[in-house]
Design a binder for this molecule. Structure first.
Ligand code: PLP
Length: 383
């Protein structure tokens, strides 16, 4: 079955006892055992599993192309999912992280993993040769993110996966910006796909969740042990909201991508805009790679305003349809300022070294009318 069909039906078969078309929200935290002391169903206790979370886990595995014996693992947040991966490492082992990943990933690595004895290192994953050269013998895990935040840089996932495997490292990728609708990292050789379901999977800015999807049952069993022991699982209600969001993921991602493309092309010609970062633009440095490895370019666009922080804040004050805030991935459009939001933990020097200029604005382009969105930014950019 095609992706759009699986998004609506995988893991969401009609309940045989009620014929309900939509999955139920099972709130029960315990499930009955039979006389022999064995659980009567596949569930016994909510931290270990729950039918609503189970439905979401089956659906996500199907969408990422994981085998049936590897349902996804759903977490209470995206960072909980990232931490689930990091906890596989032992003191003395090393994680090599792409240099322009989500700021919370760096915070987790530096404030939680490193004090636990895990070595952390960073390299530019867009420069495949330099990144591969940075993989040392004790590198157990390589952490990628593509498209990256906030500059929408694209990593050659297949090349880096095979090189990392050759060096004996596992490969994980944060695929939140792309979603399974636009990118299939498992098919490109990645071992672990991670999503913040808070973003596009939920799609309506009303839940918190994360997910890991793998194709190796042994790897899944290890991650599941950690999840059971640490308990950062998705609640039944958040699981249900995520499933409901996923039902419309395919058409939403199509409109997010169309709107983002239209806005990126419009911004390119604006006199106050120095640069536009969007993988769907022909002049994006990794446009050809993005075209090969993605089936659409997604809803995030960033651009550099000809101005500094005050100029950005003035634009933020003037937008009406866009909301000035930090997150992304909902049906509504958001304008954010990485220097004060996602990358506030970095110094100005560190931001500049990563190419994040003081005038950089990130847009999470929603699914409103593209004309209205362009009119809104156009008005806000009027000098
Ligand atoms: N990965 C990316 C790319 C994100 O943008 C975020 C949150 O902004 C996360 C991970 C963390 O997800 P959560 O906020 O669900 O913990």
């Amino acid at each position: 079955m095609d992706f759009a069909t699986r998004a609506i039906h995988a893991g969401q078969e009609q309940d045989p006892s009620t014929a309900a078309v939509t999955p139920a929200i099972h709130l029960s935290s315990v499930f009955g055992f039979d006389g022999e002391g064995k659980p009567r169903s596949e569930y016994d206790y909510i931290r270990y599993g729950n039918p609503t979370r189970g439905a979401l886990e089956k659906c996500l595995a199907s969408l990422e192309g994981a085998p049936e014996e590897c349902p996804a693992l759903c977490y209470s947040s995206g960072v909980a999912a990232i931490d689930g991966v990091g906890r596989m490492l032992r003191p003395g082992e090393r994680v090599l992280i792409a240099q322009d990943v989500y700021g919370g990933t760096v915070k987790l690595a530096e404030s939680i993993w490193k004090p636990a004895g895990i070595e952390t290192a960073y390299a530019d994953a867009v420069d495949a040769d330099a990144f591969v050269a940075a993989i040392t013998p004790n590198t157990r895990l390589v952490w990628l993110e593509s498209p990256s935040n906030p500059l929408l840089r694209i990593t050659d996932i297949a090349t880096l996966s095979s090189e990392a495997h050759r060096a004996g490292a596992l490969v994980a990728i944060d695929s939140t910006f792309a979603t399974p609708a636009l990118q299939s990292p498992l098919a490109l050789g990645v071992d672990i796909v991670m999503h913040s379901s808070t973003k596009y999977l939920g799609g309506h800015s009303d839940l918190l969740g994360g997910a890991l999807i793998v194709r190796d049952p042994e790897l899944r069993a290890r991650l599941y042990e950690i999840q059971k022991a640490t308990g950062a699982v998705a609640s039944p209600f958040d699981s249900w909201l995520t499933l409901r969001g996923i039902r419309t993921l395919a058409p939403r991602m199509r409109v997010h991508s169309e709107n983002a493309q239209a806005i990126a092309e419009w911004l390119e010609h604006h006199p106050r805009v120095r640069a536009v970062h969007y993988p769907g633009l022909a002049n994006h440095p990794q446009h050809a790679l993005a075209t090969r490895q993605m089936s659409g370019f997604g809803g995030i666009v960033s651009f550099e305003l000809d101005g500094d922080r005050d100029a950005v804040l003035e634009v933020a004050r003037r937008v009406k349809t866009f909301t000035f805030t930090g997150s992304l991935g909902g049906v509504e459009s958001i304008l954010s300022y990485p220097a004060l939001m996602s990358h506030v933990a970095l110094s100005q020097k560190q931001r500049h070294a990563l190419g994040i200029a003081d005038g950089l604005i990130r847009l999470s382009v929603g699914i409103e009318s593209a004309d209205d969105l362009i009119a809104d930014i156009g008005h806000a950019l009027e000098a």
